[in-house]
Write a protein that binds this ligand. Sequence first.
Ligand SMILES: [Zn+2]
Length: 197
Amino acid sequence: MEVLVTVPHGFCPTRMSRECDTRAGESGSKLAEALREALPESVPVKLFFANTERKIGDLNRRATRYTNWRINIQNTVEKALAEGKSVLLFDVHSFPAECTSFCKPPHYKIPQIVLLDENDYPHAELMKRVKKSASLDYANLLRASHRNDITVQARKAGAEAMLWEFNESKNVLSEQKFRAVAHELAQYALDKFKAIK
Ligand SMILES: [Zn+2]
């Protein structure tokens, strides 16, 4: 098994304008850390952190599939699968604490975390566990857009892929709660590893 953590929008050259996911870099690193702690050494946890700005090209779109950054991710996925390993990919993002697209009727609450899952919500149970163990008041499970190309392409090759979004306000999603979420995701990866062994 191999685990990939991808952060396509985490490159924030300035704090002046919002052209990046401001909490994604930190979240991706901490998630990778939690995964490495939970998993045996034989399971590589590979972190892919984009170092170009989103305005130059959104690395989570089909148009950037053939950039070196994307090719490297997909080659890693396909190589592991070709070796008979299973692949788990976490695509990590963050969003501002404002009522934007994740803020849905009927209550229009700003979620603490969002999981953009596949059509039939295969990770609904995982979301329940995450919500419970991190004591979250409001987590949003939504259907992923076909535009989220990193997860789309990885799934097509045969990987299990999820897109996680974290609230950028530490008043809304505290550091402690974030760590609890990362811990639960790492436990999920460990369970998957044990199941395929
Ligand atoms: Zn993003």
